[in-house]
Ligand binder design. Structure first.
Ligand SMILES: Nc1ncnc2c1ncn2[C@@H]1O[C@H](COP(=O)(O)OP(=O)(O)OP(=O)(O)O)[C@@H](O)[C@H]1O
Ligand SMILES: [Mg+2]
Length: 250
């Protein structure tokens, strides 16, 4: 069963088609990656799916609902959450307050609801390994920790779909390894994951399915073993050296 489906999704900018007629189907319960060279349209695709950018053409169905014209918060209410390629934590707020912003806590909620929100936020911090840091200023966290904080904020409301845009960027190998474990636990908790990442070891180990974009178009889709051996993917993105290294470690 597919949780997310885009049909003919297109976004044009002056003189350029950032996303060009992309049909994407994301199965419920899996880890699905979108890869491709810089400028291929990966972030724009995520912006279209999450509602940050309006499509020029095409449609998006999420959890059985046509969401193409919906605002970001409406899609969030249906169970869609994301992180950003450039970290967006509120540096002067505490770590816990940052996670609370993912819960749409409204003014006028009673004390009991507030208390429940705090309990959920603390659980999310525990989940990403930041429980001990909840009272610190978010801006004081190291880069990899801020990435995990963003993930805590995204998963605190238990989304059906989590979009991760380059979650391993700037992480060292140990942090990347821990991140892979975290993504698996998120999926294990019933959240479908759609991720963009340039770290091919990470992508190949983690993903059930991979979609490859080049110049806004989908050029290939398949299981990791198919993707790393596909001539058009090697040509457009991986290059022969990386492809050989990936084949050797599999
Ligand atoms: N707001 C915008 N206005 C004009 N062009 C844009 C805009 N946003 C994206 N683009 C262009 O669309 C193309 C796709 O960009 P996008 O950021 O989606 O690529 P990407 O695959 O995420 O690349 P990277 O791997 O570097 O993050 C690029 O050529 C980019 O310059
Ligand atoms: Mg990008």
């Amino acid at each position: 069963m597919s949780l997310l489906r885009t049909v003919g999704l297109t976004r044009r900018y002056a003189g350029l088609v950032a996303v060009d007629g992309v049909d994407l189907e994301v199965a419920a319960g899996g880890i699905h990656a979108v890869i491709g060279p810089n400028g291929a349209g990966k972030t724009t695709l995520f912006n279209l799916i999450s509602g940050v950018v309006v499509p020029s053409e095409g449609s998006i169905v999420f959890a059985g609902v046509e969401v193409t014209g919906q605002a970001v918060h409406e899609r969030a209410a249906l169970g869609m959450a994301r992180t950003f390629q450039n970290i967006r934590v509120f540096g002067s707020m505490t770590v816990l307050e940052n996670v609370l912003t993912g819960m749409h806590v409204r003014l006028g909620w009673g004390r009991a609801a507030e208390r429940r929100a705090v309990v959920a936020a603390e659980a999310a911090l525990e989940f990403v390994g930041l429980a001990g840091r909840k009272g610190e200023r978010a801006g004081a966290l190291a880069y990899g920790e801020q990435r995990r904080l963003e993930i805590a904020r995204a998963v605190v409301a238990k989304p059906k779909l989590l979009l991760l845009d380059e979650p391993a960027a700037g992480m060292n190998p140990a942090e990347t390894e821990a991140l892979a474990g975290l993504v698996r636990r998120i999926r294990g908790d019933g959240t479908t994951v759609l991720l963009v990442e340039h770290d091919m070891g990470f992508v190949m180990d983690l993903s059930d399915r991979i979609t490859v974009l080049n110049f806004g178009r989908k050029i290939f889709e398949g299981a990791p073993a198919e993707v790393r051996g596909a001539p058009e993917v090697v040509e457009a993105y991986l290059g022969p050296k990386v492809a050989a290294r990936l084949a050797a470690r599999a």
